[in-house]
Design a protein around this ligand. Structure first.
Ligand SMILES: CC(C)CC(=O)Nc1cccc(-c2cccc(CN)c2)c1
Length: 232
């Protein structure tokens, strides 16, 4: 998160850190006791290895009461996701067991009504992604508030030039923005997850390249079907 602030500890108890060999790679969030939602492009550099999922954390390194690293039983990238574009950039992770829910570990509801969030709505996004242009990675969770911008503005020739589909949404990226390592985290508007951070142009803090999110509502049926099929 560029030019945000340190989050209030454990006030975003749905946040997950997707890790490989103890290193934070991407964000994610708890959508059910045994399920985390993130971004499919986070698996681009994992060479087929499964993530480990850290829940209940504020600091990535310090001991905290309800912090716990969960093994992943299976990962389900959306079948339409690919490395060439941001389409269907969603990843469902089934935890090896149900997460123990408590004050620091809680499920975040996601939007099921497929209707655009109004432009200028101020939403918030959090993550352990880089916090400056030198690529400094924070130990503590950061957050930032960002206004939604309309799909038409985001698709302008000088911005994302028509690549933003109905299944995506954008927020203003002037100065304050998401960045490397924030992918997979939720865009929360009015306490509900409306979008999942995607890397898009992999540029941060440039107003010409608004932040892009995969809208969740259009994928509610896919999410439900994967959870139902794997839960048995
Ligand atoms: C395997 C993946 C972690 C590789 C990757 O995602 N790289 C990367 C590099 C630079 C910026 C970003 C990035 C992320 C989230 C939002 C944005 C845009 N604000 C950029 C992402």
């Amino acid at each position: 998160i560029l030019r945000g602030s340190v989050a209030r500890p454990h006030l975003k108890p749905y946040m997950a850190s997707l890790q490989l060999d103890g290193q934070h790679i991407c964000g994610g969030f708890l959508i059910a006791e045994q399920w985390v939602l993130s971004a499919a492009h986070c698996t681009e550099e994992t060479d087929g290895k499964l993530f480990q999922v850290l829940l209940g954390a504020h600091s990535l390194t310090e001991p905290e009461p309800h912090k716990r690293l969960y093994q992943v039983r299976a990962q389900f990238p959306h079948p339409g996701s690919n490395i060439h574009n941001n389409k269907d950039d969603l990843l469902l992770l089934q935890l090896e067991e149900k997460a123990e829910l408590n004050a620091d570990v809680r499920v975040l509801p996601f939007q099921r009504e497929d209707r655009d969030v109004a432009a200028d709505t101020v939403c918030e996004v959090a993550g352990w992604g880089t916090i400056d242009h030198s690529g400094t990675r924070p130990d503590k969770l950061h957050q930032v508030e960002r206004p939604v911008i309309s799909r038409d503005v985001c698709n302008h020739r000088t911005r994302h030039d028509g690549t933003i589909t109905r299944n995506m949404m954008c927020t203003d990226s002037r100065r304050k923005d998401t960045c490397k390592g924030d992918s997979g985290g939720p865009l929360v508007c009015g306490g509900v997850a409306e979008g999942v951070v995607t890397a898009g142009s992999r540029v941060c803090g440039n107003y010409k390249k608004p932040a892009i999110y995969t809208r969740i509502a259009p994928y509610a049926d896919w999410i439900d079907s994967v959870m139902a099929s794997a839960d048995g």
